[in-house]
Each structure stands twice: as C-alpha cells, then as structure tokens.
Design a protein around this ligand. Sequence first.
Ligand code: ADP
Ligand code: MG
Length: 677
Amino acid sequence: MQTLNDQISVLSGVGEKREQALNALGIFTIYDLLTYYPVRYSDLAVKTPAITADGEKVTFKGVVSSEPVVSRFGYRKMRVNFRVLVEHDNIMVTFFNQPWIQDRVHLGEEIAVYGTYQKARQSLSGIKVLTHGREDELEATYPSSKQVQQKTIKALIEQALGKYQHQIVDLIPENIRRRYQLLNKHDMIFGMHVPKDGQEAQTARRSASFEEFFLFQLRLQVLKMMDKKNQGRAIQFDNQRLKQFITTLPFELTTAQKKVVNEIVLDMKRPIHMNRLLQGDVGSGKTVVAALAMYATITAGMQATLMAPTEILAQQHAKTLGQFFQPQEVRVEILTGATKASIRRQILEDVRDGAVDILIGTHALIQPDIAFHNLGLAVIDEQHRFGVKQRALLRKIGMNPDILAMTATPIPRTLAITAYGEMDVSIIDQLPAGRKPIQTQWLRGNEFEEAIRFIRTQLTHGAQAYVVTPLIEESETLDVQNALAVYEELLQHFAPDYQVGLLHGRLANAEKDDVMARFKANEFQVLVATTVIEVGVDVPNATVMLILDADRFGLAQLHQLRGRVGRGERQSYTFLIADPKTQQGIERMTAMVETTDGFVLAQKDLELRGSGDILGNRQSGVPEFKVGDPVRDMVMMNAAQQSAIEIVSTPGWDTADQNTHLVNYLSETMAAYRHFD
Ligand code: ADP
Ligand code: MG
C-alpha cells in the first residue's frame, strides 16, 4: 500500500545519492516532499520594457530579430546572445551556460523570455524561455542545494503529486476549515506548488500557515491536558501560617503580588500538576512571591527547590530567603558548582532525609543524583535562560513537583502563547509603590567625562553606581581587558574619595560573590562590571547605571541592566553611552530613552529583530515555522490556539471518527515530545 510515509526513494529518479542529498534538505518521505513549499513565486506575467524597472525580473514577449550567437569565454563557459523586438525596443538577450537555448530560438518567431532586465543597456539576462507567456503565470522557487537543483525538486514534486494525490488527508476538522475559509489539504498542497494564479497561491499559503499553527497549538494543548491528567501533588498548605508569615515581611505586598500568590497557591493545592509561568518586569518583586509559594509548600510538610541561572543569583536568593525565614523554622541550603564535595555530600544527605526544607542551586542542581525526601515545588528563576529541554528535564527531578517558572523577559502576549503555550501564566503588572521611574539618557562617547562627574555628585549623596562594559562576543579576554582599563581609569579618577570595585567573568565564583557582597555593603561605591551582573542582583543603594558602548547590547539586556537601579526610594539614572553606526542601534537607544516598560521594549525588540531571532533559537524551545510567522500572523496564531482548545475540550474528541487522522498525527508527535523524558 502506498502511503505518504513512503521513503522518497520510491520515486523514479531517486537513487541512493540523490536520496541523501534530499535528506540533507530535510526531505525523507513523500509527505516531506509534498510539504516542501516554495519560498516564493516568480511572476512570469508579460510586461513591456517601458514599465519595467532596472534590475527587475520580468517576462518579455516579442519577435526574435537576430540569429542566436554562441560564444565561449573563460574556462568552459559559454553564452548565447540574440535580440528580441519587444514593441519598439530591440532587447539584447543573453543566456549563460545553457547551450540548448540555441535550438529553441529561431529568427522571426515569437518568443517569451523570462530574465533580469538591465534598463541602461536595454538587455535581459535570461533565466528561461517560456513556451507561452500567459498573464498571471506563477513559477515556484524552492530552497535548493548544490546537489539538488530547482528543476529536480520541481520534477519530483510533480511526480509525487501525480502518484500520491489521493493519499492526502485533511487534518483540520471541516467546521474549522469552513470557519476560516481554508482550502482542504489536497487543494492547499496543489495551490502551494502549482497555483493557477496569485490569488490561489495566497489562499494556499494562508491555509498552510493555519494548519502549521493549528497542529503546533494542538500539540501544546494535548501536552497540557496530559500534564493535567498527571497525578500532581496536592500541596495542602496551612493558610493561617502563610498569612501570619506575610505579616512578618519587611514590606506590604502589592495588589499584583497578592493576586499572583493567590493564583499560585490555589493551583498548588489542587491535585493536578502545576506548570505555571510567573511574568513580571525587573524589580516587580518576584522573589518574595516565590518565597511565599515555597513557604506554603513547607507548611504542607514538603520541600521546595529554587534554581537560578547564575552563581551570584543563587547566592543572593539564599541570602534573601535567609532573611525572610526564621532559621529554626525553615532550613535553607545552597548547592552550586563551587560547593565542596564533602559539603555537597552532607547537604544531599540532609535533602534526602528531609532535614533541608529549601534547596537553592544553579543548573548544577539538575543532576540525577539528587533525591528529595518529599519535593512539592520547584521554582525556576529567570526562565528565559531555560529551554524547553531543561523544562522537560525538570520533571525528572523525582516526585513530579509543581513547577513555578519566573521570567523578567516580558513576552508580548501573542508571542507568549507560542513560547509558553503549554503553561499557565500569572502576571505581576505593577511595581512596588514609591519607586521613582528611572531617568534614562543617551550620551555620545565624548560625553563620558560628564557622566562620570554626574556619578561623583551622586556619590556625595551617599549613593552607589554601576559602570558596565560590554561583552565582546568573540573574546572573553578582550572583555576583561576592557573592563580592567575602565576600572583603572576610574580608580585613579575617584581616589582617594571613593573606592572602586571590579567584577568580571574570569573571577572565580568565590571572588565574584565577595565583590558583590562588598559592593552591597558599600565598601566600594563604584562597581565596574561586565554583564555578569546582568540578572537579578539587588543593591537598592545603587542609583546610577552607566553602560558603555550600549549599542552592543540587545534591548532585553539593556532593560535588564537598567533594572539593577531604581530599587530604592531615591531617583535613579541610566546613561547609555553609544555612537551607534546602524539604524537599528539608533532605534534601540531611542526606545530605551522613551520607555521603561518591559512589554513595550519587548515588542520593539521583536519589530527590530523579527521573531526568528527571538523564537528561532534553541533557548526559546519554539520550533521554526515553515510557512507562517507567529508575529506577523499573530491573529491567525490566536485563532489556531482557540481552535485547538476547542477540540481538546470536546469530550471524546480523541475517539471521534472524524478526528482519526488528527489523532494518528498526534500520536507520532507525542512520541517525539517524549524523547525529552
Ligand atoms: P524581580 O522581580 O526583578 O526579581 P525582586 O524580587 O528582586 O524583583 O524585588 C526587587 C526589590 O523590590 C527587592 O529589593 C525587594 O525586596 C523589593 N520588593 C519586593 N516586593 C516589594 C513590595 N511589595 N514593596 C516594597 N518593596 C518590595
Ligand atoms: Mg529576580
């Protein structure tokens, strides 16, 4: 029996070598080939030279007015030249390295040629000779490789369409297809490869994008559903004790914090596995929310763990939590890459026995040798650093704990359903009261001295300042040298009135911690640092953030860095020193000056860089879509999600006859998802 899962080698003309070359393009099966869509269509519509722009690809139709002449040049190169009279213009046409053209061109006959027009020379660099120049004719262009050429792909697709068109089945249920006026899959595939006209090509593409989004969202929804069915842990926390604990905090919770704490602990209490994302801008106070969730877990007689992306951050969390909790009530321990083996062994033993209530750590924590006595909750700080794979790995920490992931990287809502579609989301949309908005200024390189003078005045008022030197991608050595140079300059400048510290990636972890601790203790007033301070570090007395060569940083990173100040009651300032050489750089600086809203900046970042950059990387865990763009087509992505939810929430959907193909399709993708387990 023929199926779309047949290997492409069943097609005639596909031997071992060609099969390998097709595999390299990601084409293994007939289905892969049929959904190997064109990247664009050339418009072969006939035009006249008068209305054709220089460099435009165009089809001219006319009468051959000179015999084709073949000439050779260089090593084994040849060209064919002839003239075509198109209305009043006698166009010179040249084809390179296509000797057969000569036989198709005859003096005095009508011809249509497609090529690139050079207006000044009235010449056409020929791409192909057309048998008939029809209006509205479209020609598909496929991504090809050296080994597999356009025409080979095209011929194979034609062959496959002929042999397999009756095997094509619909995955999108008919009612949804009708609602969004989508083509059925058969017509969609034909419309993609051999559209009758531009209109059909467009409808086919829209249908293909929708299908792609829909199947993606459906996978997430099924995953979510499986997750919910999963026997989670019902964390029966003691509400009285939690309330009592909240009164001991050094500040009043914001309304937004109260709201998300409620959402989280109620979710934890349900016997269903929690998989929740906590979004909140830098400084919105996510740590205390996590502390409350962990405290609630402990009142239920269970343990909690908190993972941070960096050593410094893990240390800071350990310290902060240590201040929130009474040591006799809650025992907090920290495990990092730097923890000595003997201490590590002891801590692990106490974790296993249940003597440790909260275990804090870096990635080093996700190791199979860690066994908890009774783990109820796992918190992940700065989620944007964890890909989908790590998220899946987390479930391997025994006991299927509830998961609370925290991120300060605001993702525009429409993108969030793509990036974290399988999670529930809680949002802190408010900063603690009394914070003054940070003032941001963009200065040129030659205004550095001025900025330093400003820092001095701030120091005289008892404040502290950060000076950040850029990360030079190619070389950590250069980073450090750069930071060192700035450090030495400022050391001299501020001596003997103020002390200056230095923090960079080459320092040992213990040294980094020491520097941070001393800055926090105000032993020095200026901290020169590379981006190691980027995430989460909290020094409320710091009021100035000076960023050198700020245009080397991305918007998200700049926003994170700026979030290091403005954490106390005093007015804070950010100076971006930059002489950007690109339009993008200029726009990034302008955006930073114009807004301190992380969501607005995230949206801007998206516009400047495109979603590919943000979603397409391994970190985000979001697949690259073949046809659709989740940002450009976000309305469609929303519709696809709605449709997916609609389906999985219909009882019996997975046994219904009309969904057989869909369920088959999903069983494969579910297996693919499972490889993370
Ligand atoms: P982030 O969300 O960036 O992780 P943090 O949790 O580090 O933010 O909180 C930033 C600062 O705000 C900390 O110094 C914290 O103690 C303080 N903070 C948190 N919540 C409140 C609040 N409700 N009122 C006042 N200060 C708060
Ligand atoms: Mg934080």
